[in-house]
Ligand binder design. Structure first.
Ligand SMILES: O=C(O)CCC(=O)C(=O)O
Length: 297
């Protein structure tokens, strides 16, 4: 569904103002919309992930580790596809208010694409450079959006998500470097050319949710604070938006309809999209590895 079609259907959980804000700015911050019951379940599942990571010394297809990770002092950078690692992550993606909010923003038929859990560990958790998401996983239209759920309070010191309002209406950037290597980030010159001071950061108490459109420029700083910042990211699209490249973060739940009905017709947006490398061999590593230009350990 395109935005004008979505507008014809009254939102069920958002206000009209919140929805128009999203359409206009390409993002939303919804404070404390996740219940304490869900938060408790997600925190328990996340503690289990950290425990599991202690037995791992090199990153694998599930656990992306910061350099310096040890069993005694785990520094987990990302869990890939947490919905496949603990049933509560998938229940949350399918049953919680997230999918209802998605239905208000993309139309009643909503499809799950992938999830990840970014930790941004205390005292050094890595920066995420400016980028847009859709070049990682192009779809036939630009309805896709990412929800970030703060599992604990996230202050400005803990490197909350930052967005560039309105950037979803602008150009898609090249995420390859001058040598044609995929970096997953804007070049230094493109980042430097962004209008100074135009960015907005989205701190929030535990249970707050950020939403950004797949074209919206976003980033987050290095976490220099003493507190970690686990951020659970879930990506959905309108059911009629079809991915046409390999999913870099494959999931057994990719493509599942979480609200409404599957689409019979694909909807195509005429605006072009940068093609990512071919990750059909399962060789995508992680945003952190490519942005930091780390050799895979
Ligand atoms: O963890 C963050 O702050 C942002 C993550 C992000 O943009 C991504 O994983 O694509």
């Amino acid at each position: 569904m395109l935005v004008d079609d979505v507008r014809r259907i009254a939102p069920k959980v958002l206000t009209e103002e919140q929805r128009e804000f999203y359409f206009h700015n390409g993002y939303l911050l919804l404070e404390e919309v996740i219940s304490s019951e869900w938060l408790g379940r997600l925190r328990t599942a996340t503690d289990e992930m950290i425990e599991r990571s202690r037995s791992i010394s090199t990153p694998d297809s599930v656990f992306d580790l910061e350099p310096g990770h040890t069993a005694e002092v785990p520094r987990l950078r990302r869990v890939t596809s947490p919905v496949d690692q603990h049933p509560d992550y998938w229940r949350f993606a399918r049953e919680s208010i997230l999918a209802d909010i998605a239905a208000d923003l993309v139309g009643p038929d909503v499809k799950f694409h992938h999830s990840k859990l970014n930790f941004k560990w205390a005292r050094g958790g890595a920066e995420v450079k400016w980028h847009q998401d859709v070049q990682f996983w192009p779809h036939t239209n630009y309805s896709s959006l990412t929800f970030g759920t703060y599992l604990y309070d996230c202050s400005m010191d803990q490197a909350p998500l930052g967005v560039f309002p309105g950037s979803h209406q602008g150009e898609l950037y090249n995420l390859y470097d001058a040598d044609g290597i995929w970096t997953g980030a804007l070049s230094d010159s493109d980042s430097a050319a962004l209008p100074a001071g135009g960015e907005v950061y989205l701190p929030g108490p535990a249970g707050s949710v950020t939403v950004h459109n797949c074209r919206t420029l976003h980033c987050s700083a290095k976490n220099e604070s003493d507190l970690g910042r686990p951020l659970l990211l879930n990506v959905y699209s309108a059911a009629n938006s079809m991915p046409y490249t390999a999913n870099p973060l494959p999931s057994s739940h990719a493509g599942e309809i979480v609200r409404g009905e599957p689409a019979r017709w694909a909807v195509h947006d005429p605006r072009p999209c940068l093609m990512p490398p071919d990750w059909s061999g399962g060789d995508y590593t992680s945003l952190f590895v490519t942005q930091q230009r780390e050799a895979r350990r």
